[in-house]
Design a protein around this ligand. Sequence first.
Ligand SMILES: *[C@@H]1O[C@H](CO)[C@@H](O)[C@H](O)[C@H]1NC(C)=O
Ligand SMILES: *[C@@H]1O[C@H](CO)[C@@H](O)[C@H](O)[C@H]1NC(C)=O
Ligand SMILES: *[C@@H]1O[C@H](CO)[C@@H](O)[C@H](O)[C@H]1NC(C)=O
Length: 308
Amino acid sequence: MRLFLSLASLLSVVGYVCAHGADEHMPTTTEELIARNRDVAARDLAARKCSAEIAEFEAQRIAKRDRLMKRQWTPTSTAPTPHYTSIQNSTCVLHPETVEGPYYIRNEMIRTDLRETQLGVPIVLDIGLINSRTCQPMPNAFVELWACNSTGIYGGYPTGRPTHVKVDSFLRGGYFTNPEGIVEITTIYPGYYAGRTAHIHTMVHSNWQSQANGTLLSGGGSVNHIGQFFFDEAWNDRVYATPPYNSNRQPRTLNNQDWILTQAGRSAFVNLQYLGGNSLADGLLGYITVVVDGNANYRIQNTNSLRR
Ligand SMILES: *[C@@H]1O[C@H](CO)[C@@H](O)[C@H](O)[C@H]1NC(C)=O
Ligand SMILES: *[C@@H]1O[C@H](CO)[C@@H](O)[C@H](O)[C@H]1NC(C)=O
Ligand SMILES: *[C@@H]1O[C@H](CO)[C@@H](O)[C@H](O)[C@H]1NC(C)=O
């Protein structure tokens, strides 16, 4: 059975490589993005189903987490029912590519805690990577994240505009997936800024290169994915009612008003639960499985880089 599956995957991979070149470039306009996601949808239909692999991957992580958390984790009747089922398990859905946006900074730090001194609701992200070419977990890939702080400002862009006026590294960086294709990164729940709903940017690098000072060399390997993670509106409401989020004076854009989210769809949502009890003060735990094209190589647009 196992042998049969691997042979089938291998044949599919060969088919894939013939059908799609690896040098697709990242869409920069809305029209390009829509066209590209239409292509991705078409490709998904042609792809073999990864449902079993994704469901099993998620179940193993949740089971392991439950064992590790036994001491702190006290389920209460008021805790929300975790909805792991929002994992798109019916087809081998590629996690949607979205625009890089104007706030990326190259060569960020390799680390698992991105918070520095930023205040906000801590969020531990359990990110699993699946390679759509094989339907198997993707070990040793660098998962990079960047997001705005609790009042909607990105590190390095203190004016709130995409002008890189000062070097700041908060809420940026990433780490490598383990042999099981999983990485855990701690950050804070992002705030929001005019025109966009809550989101965390992500970039997945394989064959990555690092620098002696513990930073990534952005573009040194292959960029397999550029995407964004989103959150249910109920969680946004809950978090944004608390300080310092509630001191944000920028107008809020809701999930259903955000055109990038409309493109990305449900598979880009993080499954959240309270990390301890049912209080935001203890932080949140989020699961997300990202299905990426292990043969893609997108071009990074931004030329700003972290310097000290
Ligand atoms: C996929 O998810 C749905 C819920 O969205 C669930 O009912 C179904 O059993 C899952 N399928 C597999 C193969 O895990
Ligand atoms: C977010 O970052 C900006 C720029 O560094 C800073 O002025 C602001 O105080 C930060 N927000 C919070 C809540 O710390
Ligand atoms: C890390 O090293 C590179 C290469 O020497 C340098 O350009 C960069 O500024 C350094 N980054 C930091 C954060 O020190």
